[in-house]
Design a protein around this ligand. Structure first.
Ligand code: CTP
Length: 414
């Protein structure tokens, strides 16, 4: 890691575990990278590394409780506002459980609860293998991930309790690297910082339109393209809200997922999230039609006219977001996908215009290396400035190229 001169505030919350001594090394790495670091420790954390060590390293008094700190009478609010990013290291099972349930009964848990949701929050768990694997801890970790907390996963190794298994704190370089990545403090060109701190809304996956309680209309979308975009945007320092239809995919690191089932639910969730968004990328394969009157009981094929389903058109989410993109005096960047089998570029340009998009990803779904379920995609990026045809590449690479294009436009516009 190189010396840098960025002025980023990182709050390190240290908990009571044997790995607390490694938090000292993480702090040094972050300082070397140019971050200003402050520390809040739990009382148990102070048993492992005392406040004299922390104060010596951060050159400032370190609060040890909610009371009696000279710098502020409300240290949890002060610290949560001061921080650009918050790292919990080592994150114990107890602190993860408190974070997941919102318990605020000491300095660290109160501070964590007070951190505004748009700030990057990271946890680096370390504990006994059974505590880590317990259903309770795993559920808490999933809850936190779904809220957008980035988890620097523990690794396998020889644990302090003499057990061998998962639960060892990740490498200190990986933890510091994850914080810098979350802050977007990367060594790329200036334009690649354009997503840092921006809110990106992504729609992904199929929708399911209920016919009755057991049947629905769906499509073959796997959600992979939208999830790859969400993951890549989070890695570039964006705050990502992923509105997802039913898929088999895990929530990407650092992404907040809103689960929906139908096109109507996806519309509501996307429009609600759009208010806060700076960029919207509609990658979902939304059903164009939905049953007009879904039945509340399983329809009987013999006499309930399953062959005569009445369908009504769903509302177009992308077109709605395109029409709202300047609402509230803010200019948002809107991206759509065009899945076509014929006249790809001409049809995609029509969608760019009709749906109020800044960019359209045109996807020829008749190709075998592209489209639904495939791990690769062959797309062209269309905007007012022209067409860029990309070679066949993985969906992760397509996501990266799409975000590069968005970052370039935002950088030029800023
Ligand atoms: N889309 C949407 N809401 C809908 C339908 C589509 O947000 N109800 C979005 C998709 O997420 C995608 C884009 O619109 O970004 C294009 O979808 P596509 O299926 O290619 O086009 P349609 O508008 O459905 O038009 P057609 O089926 O006639 O090509």
């Amino acid at each position: 890691m190189n010396e840098k001169t960025v002025d980023l505030h990182v709050l390190m919350c240290v908990c009571g575990g044997i790995a607390a001594y490694k938090a000292v090394e993480v702090l040094r790495l972050l300082q070397k990278a140019g971050c200003e670091v402050r520390v809040a420790s739990t009382q148990d954390g102070l048993r492992f590394v005392g406040s004299a060590t922390w104060e010596g390293l951060v050159h400032r008094p370190t609060p040890t409780s909610l009371y009696g700190w000279a710098e502020s009478s409300i240290p949890h609010i002060y610290l949560s506002e001061w921080a650009d990013a918050v790292l919990v290291v080592p994150a114990t099972a107890n602190t993860l459980a408190k974070m997941a349930t919102g318990i605020a009964d000491d300095l660290v848990s109160s501070t964590l609860l007070a951190v505004p949701s748009e700030k990057p929050m990271l946890v680096a768990p370390a504990m006994n293998v059974h505590m880590w694997r317990s259903a309770a801890t795993q559920q808490n970790v999933e809850t936190l991930k779904a809220r957008g907390v980035r988890v620097v996963m523990p690794v396998e190794g020889h644990l302090a309790c003499d057990a061998i298994g998962e639960g060892k704190l990740a490498a200190v370089e990986d933890i510091a690297g994850a914080v810098l990545e979350a802050l977007g403090s990367r060594e790329d060109a200036d334009s690649s910082r354009a997503l840092v701190g921006r809110t990106v809304l992504v729609t992904a996956g199929p929708t399911h339109e209920a016919i009755d309680p057991v049947r629905y209309i769906a499509n073959r979308s796997s959600g992979k393209m939208g999830y790859a975009i969400a993951e890549q945007a989070a890695r570039r320092g964006a705050k990502v809200v992923l509105v997802s239809g039913p898929t088999m995919l895990d929530v990407p690191e650092g992404v907040r997922r809103v689960d929906v089932v139908s096109a109507a639910e996806m519309y509501d969730a996307a429009v609600a999230a759009f208010d806060e968004a700076d960029i919207a990328i509609c990658a979902a394969a939304v059903a164009d039609y939905t049953p007009a009157k879904p039945a509340d009981h399983k329809l009987k094929k013999a006499y309930e006219h399953l062959d005569m389903l009445e369908l009504v058109e769903t509302r177009d989410i992308l077109a709605a977001l395109g029409s709202l993109k300047e609402a509230g005096g803010k200019r948002r960047y809107v991206v759509g996908f065009a899945a076509e089998t014929d006249d790809l570029i001409a049809n995609a340009f029509k969608k760019l215009e009709h749906k109020g998009c800044d960019l359209v990803v045109a996807n020829d779904v008749s190709r075998t290396d592209s489209g639904f379920g495939s791990d690769t995609n062959h797309v062209s990026l269309l905007s007012a400035s022209g067409v860029e045809e990309l070679p066949t590449m993985t969906k992760t690479e397509v996501a990266a190229r799409l975000l590069d294009a968005i970052e370039r436009s935002l950088f030029i516009a800023s």
